[in-house]
Every structure is written in structure tokens, then in C-alpha cells.
Design a protein around this ligand. Structure first.
Ligand SMILES: [Zn+2]
Ligand SMILES: [Zn+2]
Length: 339
């Protein structure tokens, strides 16, 4: 089959790779669509250390069953995706279906070979997830990043009537904002340092936007009807954490979810956080049960995947898709590879 092979940082190509041979507990899946995630970009461009190499990346996918064990609940042609997180399966977190808290946490296609920038995958049956009919197409590839948004909202205690701000208005921020709106947020303000993100936010129906970098962001954010109940920080640098802390109501919640740099410390203005008795919660990845919320929201049309998909490239053109993402950051939100 054809697959992307990442040999080392910045050394990658589409090449022939042996077809996967499923074991008796696995199904063979024909990959249909895979989103390129910031994690893939970081791996491929050497912005995060490669855990193993060579590796075929890709974890935001939908596909169809090619072959499944006869006694399984899957039939050829059926549309599926994968819960890509694996744990040790024996620790308390794993037994509680929270492998994202397991000490041996790993994601297929990130920390383990077998990613979906390939024509076929062998997928453990217990990692497969059936897709609702509305997602039997390219839009299904956005279910995984949408689930990151669902998890962040669950962590933040999102409920109807809350005033919300989202710092970092790219793919994940847009998902967080749309989930919050889908769950009845009274207000969602998007915050970013890239002017192009204002257009994206507006297209997604978020008219309220604050551009970071001119020094007026604090004032501009609070100008939208005052302090917030929940602020999601996808960036988590000192400046954004301070902006978040200073813009929350007393008793408000800051949800931090940027991927941490090695040795990074979370620096928040303690006096503000103390006086306001802020809640600071962290959000990593998602739990398996979070996907049900995603399917519900996506089936209702709460996530505008049409606007978020900025490119659809065949697998053979993976290298040019990556180059376009790098060279035209203003034009792209989610680029999908179709096989
Ligand atoms: Zn991802
Ligand atoms: Zn475990």
C-alpha cells in the first residue's frame, strides 16, 4: 500500500509500505479521510521530539471496514473511526476508561506506528468507534479535534448561560467555541494574535473577537460586557494566562490545554487568582465517552466542518499539502488527506 513514511524530522515521503496484517482481534480498515493535526506538523517539522522513527503519522481519520473477524460487530463497508489512545490496560486510570491519565499513555500514529496517512490500517476491535451516518464522509475526520473541544468544555464545567472566551482561535479553539455555543453559552469571544483568525471566527458566527498584540487586549476583551465565567487558554504563555486570570469573574474557571514545553511552568498572577478564588483546570486529549457528545453536536450541525476544512489533498500529494500548510498559514484551518 501507499503510506507516508517519516524517517526523521523533515525527512518524509509517500512510499510503498507493507500492507498491515490484522490479528484475530483487529479489523482491516480502508482509510478514507485524515485531518492533518498540529501534532503531525510538530512531529514532521521537528518541533516535537519523534518518539519512534520511522513512523506513519495520522490519527484524525475516518474509514471503512475492509475485513473484520466474523464474530465481531463490524461488517465490510461500515464507516468507523478510532479511539486512538492506548494505555497499559491494568492501572486504575485504564480500568476507569481514562487511558489518557495512564503513565504509559500513547496515541496510535503519534507515539506508535500505524497512523492513517496510509491506505490501510489494522485496528484493534476495542479501539474502533462506529460513526453516525452524517459523518460517513470527509466531515467525520473532524470528529477527533471536535472531541478535544468537547473534553475541554467538560473539564471547564460548561453549562447553558455561561460567558466564555477562547484564547487561540485556530482549529481547537474554533472547536471549543462551537461546542460551548452548542451547549448554550450566553456569549463566546474568540481571541487570537493572527488577524486571519478574525475572519474564520466571523465565518463560524463568532462576531466578537479580540486581536492580541496591540497592548489593548485586556481592555478590548472586557469591553464585551465584562468578566467571563470560563476562559479557555490554548496558548498558555505568561501573557495569555494573565489575560485569562484578569478577565474572569470571581469563582470563574480557567481551562489550560496548550501542549506543555519541556520544563514549562504555569505562571499565573497569584494575587488575582487568590482574590477571585479562580479555578484552574487542565484539559488533555479526551476520554472515550466524550465522543458521544461530539457525534451528538456534529449530527445537529453545531460544528461548521464545511468552513473549517480548508484543503482536501490526495495521499500522493501529502508533501505539497504540508508545504501549503507551512507557506499559507492564513489560508488554512484543517487540511484533510483523502485516500
Ligand atoms: Zn489531533
Ligand atoms: Zn494504564
Amino acid at each position: 500500500m501507499k503510506a507516508v513514511i517519516l524517517e526523521e524530522a523533515n525527512v518524509f515521503r509517500v512510499d510503498e509500505k507493507a500492507d498491515p496484517t490484522p490479528s484475530e482481534n483487529e479489523a482491516l480498515v480502508r482509510v478514507r479521510h485524515t485531518g492533518i493535526c498540529a501534532t503531525d506538523v510538530a512531529m514532521i517539522r521537528g518541533l516535537s521530539p519523534l518518539v519512534i522513527a520511522p513512523i506513519t503519522p495520522g490519527h484524525e481519520w475516518v474509514g471503512t471496514i475492509e475485513e473484520a473477524p466474523k464474530d465481531s460487530e463490524y461488517a465490510p463497508g461500515e464507516w468507523v473511526t478510532m479511539y486512538p489512545t492506548k494505555g497499559c490496560e491494568v492501572c486504575a486510570a485504564c480500568l476507569d476508561e481514562r487511558p489518557h491519565h495512564c503513565n504509559s499513555f500513547r496515541v496510535i500514529g503519534v507515539h506508535q506506528d500505524g497512523g492513517s496517512f496510509a491506505e490501510y490500517l489494522a485496528v484493534p476491535l476495542d479501539q474502533l468507534i462506529k460513526l453516525p451516518e452524517t459523518l460517513h464522509n470527509i466531515h467525520g475526520a473532524l470528529a477527533e479535534p471536535a472531541t478535544v473541544g468537547v473534553h475541554a468544555n467538560l473539564q471547564g464545567g460548561m453549562a447553558a448561560g455561561k460567558r466564555v472566551a477562547v484564547i487561540g482561535a485556530g482549529t481547537i479553539g474554533s472547536m471549543i467555541g462551537q461546542v460551548a455555543r452548542g451547549w448554550g453559552a450566553a456569549d463566546v469571544v474568540m481571541v487570537d494574535r493572527m488577524p486571519a483568525r478574525q475572519k474564520l471566527a466571523a465565518d463560524l458566527g463568532f462576531e466578537r473577537f479580540v486581536l492580541v498584540g496591540d497592548g489593548d487586549e485586556q481592555e478590548n476583551l472586557l469591553a464585551y460586557d465584562g468578566e467571563f465565567d470560563i476562559i479557555f487558554d490554548n496558548v498558555c504563555v505568561e501573557q495569555t494566562l494573565e489575560l485569562a486570570a484578569n478577565s474572569l469573574k470571581s469563582g470563574g474557571t480557567m481551562v489550560t490545554l496548550a501542549f506543555p514545553h519541556d520544563g514549562q511552568k504555569l505562571v499565573v498572577p497569584y494575587m488575582t487568582a487568590y482574590r477571585r478564588e479562580l479555578h484552574i483546570v487542565f484539559s488533555r486529549n479526551y476520554a472515550r465517552g466524550d465522543w458521544d457528545h461530539t457525534f451528538d453536536l456534529m449530527s445537529k450541525g453545531a460544528i461548521d466542518t464545511e468552513r473549517m476544512i480548508s484543503g482536501d489533498y490526495p495521499l500522493e500529494n501529502f508533501v505539497s499539502a504540508m508545504d501549503d500548510l507551512r507557506d499559507k498559514p492564513d489560508e488554512h484551518v484543517k487540511v484533510v488527506i483523502s485516500t
